[in-house]
Structure formats: C-alpha cells, structure tokens
Design a protein around this ligand. Structure first.
Ligand SMILES: [Cu+2]
Length: 157
C-alpha cells in the first residue's frame, strides 16, 4: 500500500516530462481522524525531493481550506501559523508530523474516521518555477488528541 502510493506519486511527476520538474516522493501520508464537531485536522507525511523544490500548496476535496502550517514556540505557547511554502532540499527527507510542519485541513465537510482515506493534492515548485501536482491518498489514523495534540504517535504503527 505505502509502496504503491510512492510509485503513483513518482509516476505522476515523471509523466509531466520536463527538464526540471519537481520530483518528490511522499511517504506514509496520513491524516488524524476527527470526532464530533471538530472541523480541523492535520495531514502528515515524509517528503523527499530529488531536486531542490518547495511545497507551495495543498488541496483536498474533504476540506474547505487547506494550508501549509508550521508550529513554533511563542513564549511558552506552541502556536501554528500558515506559511507560504516549505523548502524541500534535494535528497533530504522533510518530515511533516504532529508538533511540526503539517498540512492543515480546515472546514472539513464531514468527520474523518479511522481507516478511511483522504485524497490530498500537493503542489510542488522546482527551482525554475515549474509546478507539479502530486496526488496522495492519506490514511486516516487515530483521533484528535485530547488537550493539544503533542506527543501523538509518529510514524510506525
Ligand atoms: Cu495547523
């Protein structure tokens, strides 16, 4: 499953044959499940770009708005904010994880249940400005942690 997702992402980028397309693999994409009236959650994955690239946008049919967020300490408080892009240096795995960078899904149209899959499309920009879209199927895993969402299981099973 995970392997085939990777191959699918690669195949998509390769299909857009250009000289400097952004070739990015997304490993283990997942979304935290939601309960009740919660309409916001995060999507996480490990991104590795073959050439210097930048994640500039994300979209999903299950959410009204999708943003790229970072978490940072402001005084004693961990806050998240939208960023315009996330650098993906060549050959380096950038991890989107709870408590760190994440794709924020807002205005969810329905609860996301454990075991479902959520389509997410990433837009990646290469150095020369060429944009590539990468479709993912992110697995819904767990539910939003009570009280903040720190220290949630990362990776693994
Ligand atoms: Cu966020």
């Amino acid at each position: 499953m995970k392997r085939s997702l990777r191959v699918a992402a690669l195949a998509t980028t390769l299909a857009l044959s250009g000289t400097a397309f952004a070739q990015v693999t997304a490993k283990d994409p997942w979304v935290r499940g939601t309960v009740g009236k919660l309409t916001t959650t995060g999507a996480f994955m490990q991104l590795t770009a073959a050439t210097d690239s930048r994640l500039v946008a994300a979209a999903s049919p299950v959410a009204g708005t999708v943003e790229i967020h970072e978490m940072r300490m402001e005084g004693d408080v961990m806050r998240m904010r939208a960023i315009t892009g996330l650098d993906l240096p060549a050959g380096q795995t950038v991890e989107l994880r709870p408590g760190g960078y994440h794709v924020m899904l807002m205005g969810l149209k329905k609860p996301l249940n454990d075991g479902e899959t959520v389509p997410i499309t990433l837009t990646v920009e290469a150095r020369d400005g060429t944009r590539t879209t990468i479709p993912l199927e992110a697995r819904v895993r767990g539910v939003a942690a009570q009280g903040g969402g720190h220290g949630h299981t990362k990776g693994g099973h």
